[in-house]
Write a protein of this length. Structure first.
Length: 395
């Protein structure tokens, strides 16, 4: 492969991976402390998680527009500073109401890393390089949901729940320092206007862009299946299949490592000059086929442990090929508004995942069928949407 399209695993990519990991780190690391938080601060730990998601959803729209107007670096520094200060404030919360407010601010500030990291990749990389870069970001980001709960449990046991928020603040400080050293301003212009009408028109134009919305929602639907798996798998595997929490953690970690390994294989294939869109086209068959077979098997009474383990593993692994390639394809023609496009991508995908979570809660039952049905909707929906909507431009 030519040096123009080959991408090396450089420090700035590791930093961008760390920035995108702030979201999962902030969620998964403090989950083990929920019982302790409710004992000391009162009921409502789940609301503190919901407020974090709301802050993320609102913040993504704002940072997208700001980064297209003022460049990538300044909004990123401001967002991480908000995250760091609110994490320190959360460590000193006296009641659950205060924690809920500080968690909202953490989500509002921390999402800057997720949005702007994607925009920086678009600024600095060609489409094929961008797909490699997103695969590399997944390698770093994918470690967060594996390591964060274990780290959170350790901090909780050793130093109490306050230390979890101290760690988050320290992590943000390290990222801020690294940004000043490793990340030059990548957005050279033209700079977008912040006039409300023009911002609205930018989002409206993106929503009408078949290429952008096609790749974004096909990836978002497939990824929502993983969100359903995260939300519903404890019930299916621990309560229905009888796995111990330790066995469940091993299964969860195995799937996460499979996801990471697939993303790295995707990067290798791209370096060997395999076509990015061809890989995506083939990968989308996997969640559609696997989820349909799992759902049909459950309807016929075949929902054994090993069948479910293999099916979920296959679904999650396919996302290692779908997410980076669809993300790169969606952003390929958005250089003039990469921040806005990245923000809308995050909001749409987060909105889909949240909707899936609500549906899963509404159809809860003593079987795996609700989870498998939603998984099929996501997998088949991603496949069909991609075929019907996407206009594949050469990249």
């Amino acid at each position: 492969m030519s040096s123009q399209t080959r991408l090396k695993f450089e420090p700035w990519l590791i930093l961008l991976g760390a920035l995108t990991a702030i979201g999962p780190l902030s969620i998964d690391m403090y989950l083990p402390s929920f019982p302790t938080l409710e004992q000391e601060l009162g009921q409502g730990a789940q609301l503190s998680l919901a407020s974090f998601f709301i802050g993320m959803a609102i913040g993504q729209v704002l940072y997208g527009s700001l980064s297209d107007r003022f460049g990538r670096k300044a909004p990123l520094i401001i967002g991480l500073s908000i995250f760091m200060v609110s994490a320190l404030a959360a460590s000193q919360a006296h009641n659950m109401h205060e924690l809920i407010i500080y968690r909202f601010l953490q989500g509002f500030g921390g999402c800057s890393g997720m949005v702007i990291a994607r925009a920086i990749v678009r600024d600095r990389c060609q489409p094929s390089q961008a797909a490699q870069a997103f695969s590399m970001l997944i390698l770093v980001m994918g470690l967060a949901p594996i390591l964060a709960p274990m780290a959170g449990s350790y901090f909780l046991t050793a130093w109490g729940w306050h230390s979890i928020f101290y760690f988050k603040a320290g992590f943000a400080l390290v990222c801020l320092t690294a940004i000043l050293i490793l990340i030059p301003e990548s957005h050279k212009g033209p700079f977008a206007s912040l006039a409300l009408r023009k911002v609205f028109n930018s989002y409206w134009h993106l929503l009408r862009d078949k290429t952008f919305i096609g790749y974004t929602l096909s990836s978002g639907l497939a990824f929502s299946g993983m969100f359903a798996y995260i939300a519903g798998s404890p019930h299916v595997f621990i309560e229905l299949q009888g796995l111990s929490p330790q066995q469940y953690s091993l299964m969860f970690g195995t799937n996460a490592f499979g996801f990471i390994a697939a993303s790295q294989l995707n990067a290798w294939l791209l370096r060997q000059e395999y076509n990015m869109l061809r890989i995506l086209h083939l990968a989308l068959w996997i969640p559609a086929t696997v989820s349909t077979l799992l759902c049909l098997a459950a309807l016929m009474g075949f929902d054994g442990l090993w069948l479910l383990l293999f099916g979920f593993f296959s679904y999650i692994v396919s996302l290692g090929f779908i997410s980076p390639n669809a993300g790169a394809a969606a952003m390929a023609h958005q250089g003039h508004q990469a921040g806005t496009a990245s923000a809308l991508m995050g909001v749409l995908q987060f909105g889909l995942a949240s909707t899936i979570g609500v549906l899963l809660g509404l159809f809860h039952s003593d079987s795996a069928l609700p989870l498998l049905s939603i998984l099929m909707v996501c997998g088949v929906g991603a496949f069909v949407w991609h075929r019907l909507v996407v206009v594949q431009h050469p990249t």
